[in-house]
Design a protein around this ligand. Structure first.
Ligand SMILES: Cc1cc2nc3c(=O)[nH]c(=O)nc-3n(C[C@H](O)[C@H](O)[C@H](O)COP(=O)(O)OP(=O)(O)OC[C@H]3O[C@@H](n4cnc5c(N)ncnc54)[C@H](O)[C@@H]3O)c2cc1C
Length: 312
């Protein structure tokens, strides 16, 4: 496994047990090795220190070998060669070292970040090309002050809600919505060692092990799927207001009115309506004491619920 970002870590944690199960009937379970190569000197360098102890313990428990400070120079049919000359025999190599925005973004005459994503304003219009909107993995939008969105479903989905709405509003001369995603959280699967759920950009561990695994299972097996056979519900969930805890237009308009065109918003500000997320997830956040931001303009603090499918 090359790269210990989210994808490499999740795959490494999952693969060893799966490969052992496949090899066992052939008496070859003990021949299975999963080796995780990371160029940095720490596991999951992009994730920060918060979840690292949980991840390291999980990899250890699962028997995943980690090689840090390892830069891959070449991959051949049966070997991975590192820049220091080390050769690691490999029947399968999984490359998870980095994501990029689709190269179609290069056709738009605008600034792009190091991931190839287009710079956009608070309404998701491409900077300098206002007739083009960007969303999902192609948009380098501001998630909150000083933080740019991640290439993740958690951000891709609300980006698409807002960009779709704003493109239509643009054509119709209707009010646009300012992009304002839910507070950042992550939930990483760790195979047989459970999962780890973090909150905030520092990725503070809020749940680990079996509890986090239950949450991850709900995300990947239930909540992530849009109601494709229920058109009215699909449209309801496509509304940008749905992300902000309800589709109350007045709420959204007040938010928009508080910010001038092209201005990136200066503080997280959540609508007062309760979110329509599943009550089980809401209970879960309450149980772990997740405190959610308040918006002074809207009066008393509200429990800002995180989108159920969120999580990376
Ligand atoms: C292995 C992996 C695991 C991940 N796990 C998670 C996770 O657990 N949680 C999470 O939040 N995020 C996860 N992500 C990230 C998440 O999948 C992306 O952020 C999200 O899918 C981005 O959505 P998108 O619509 O922008 O792009 P995509 O989902 O990539 O959709 C783009 C679509 O456009 C199509 N397309 C491309 N070129 C053209 C063209 N020229 N014409 C027409 N169609 C075209 C593609 O086929 C594709 O269907 C993961 C990503 C990967 C690769």
């Amino acid at each position: 496994m090359v790269g210990s970002g989210f994808t490499g870590l999740e795959m490494a944690a999952e693969l060893r047990d799966r490969l052992r199960a496949v090899a066992a009937p052939h008496g070859a379970a003990d021949e299975v090795r999963v080796v995780l190569l990371e160029r940095d000197t720490a596991i999951g360098p992009g994730l920060g220190a918060g979840p690292r102890p949980v991840i390291a313990e999980a990899l250890d428990r699962l028997g995943v070998e980690t090689v840090l400070g390892a830069t891959v120079a070449a991959v051949t049919e049966d070997t991975v060669r590192l820049t220091d000359g080390t050769r690691i025999p490999a029947r399968l190599v999984v490359w998870t070292a980095g994501m990029r925005a689709h190269p179609l973004t290069e056709q738009i005459p605008a600034a792009r970040d190091r991931l190839g994503r287009l710079a956009v304003d608070a309404y998701l219009r491409v900077d300098g090309v206002p007739q083009v909107y960007a969303a999902g993995d192609t948009a380098a939008a501001t998630a909150e002050p000083g933080r740019v969105v991640m290439q993740s479903c958690q951000h891709a989905i609300p980006l698409c809600r807002h960009a779709g709405h704003n493109a239509a509003a643009d054509l119709l001369g209707a009010p646009q919505t300012v992009f304002a995603p839910a507070p950042y959280v992550t939930c990483m699967d760790l195979g047989g060692a459970g999962a780890v759920f973090t909150t905030g950009w520092e990725r503070t561990v809020a749940l680990a092990g079996a509890e986090a695994k239950t949450l991850k299972r709900n995300i990947t097996e239930r909540w992530i799927y849009p109601p494709v056979h229920d058109a009215p519900e699909l449209m309801r969930q496509a509304d940008p207001g749905y992300v902000n805890g309800g589709s109350e237009r007045a709420d959204r308009d007040a938010l928009v009115a508080s910010r001038t065109a092209n201005q990136r918003y200066s503080q997280p500000c959540w609508g007062p309506a309760r979110s329509r997320i599943s009550s089980s997830l809401e209970r879960e956040f309450f149980r772990i004491g997740l405190r959610l931001p308040r918006c002074a303009a809207y009066g008393p603090p509200v429990r800002r619920a995180v989108r159920p499918y969120a999580m990376r």
